[in-house]
Design a protein. Structure first.
Length: 129
């Protein structure tokens, strides 16, 4: 039986969700997709942000990485007025676990009607000290 912890987002098109190059892991843009159903979760921006970060974390773990390995996140928002609420949910989810560099930009539209998407880069040296 597959549990939620083992579910990872699947690509919705002709691309990979992750790509590892040496010690670096690239994640394609992730959104608030329920990995069990494949449907978009279109709740408020806080809930969408949490779901997006859950998907990011699941992909990281599937490749042997952790939130602490995140080096960069680019956040795409359909409404920059929602940035404070997104930022609050983002900070609460990551708390003391990760502090990657981050960029946030407003875009006119995102796939599936979602309001936030995050593209990430993680780095984990092969030999940790």
């Amino acid at each position: 039986m597959t549990t939620r912890a083992t579910l990872v987002p699947q690509p919705k098109g002709p691309y990979a969700t992750t790509r590892r190059v040496g010690d670096v892991l690239y994640l394609s843009g992730q959104g608030s997709i329920d990995v069990a159903t494949g449907d978009a979760v279109l709740d408020d921006i806080g809930a969408q942000t949490r779901r997006t970060l859950e998907n990011v974390e699941a992909l990281l773990h599937s490749e042997g990485f952790a939130l602490e390995d995140l080096a960069q996140i680019v956040c795409f928002l359909t409404d920059m007025d929602e940035w404070p609420a997104m930022n609050e949910a983002y900070a609460a989810y990551l708390s003391d676990r990760a502090h990657p560099v981050r960029t946030a930009v407003e875009v006119s539209r995102l796939p599936f009607g979602i309001s936030v998407e995050m593209s990430c880069i993680a780095h984990r040296p092969a030999a940790r000290g």
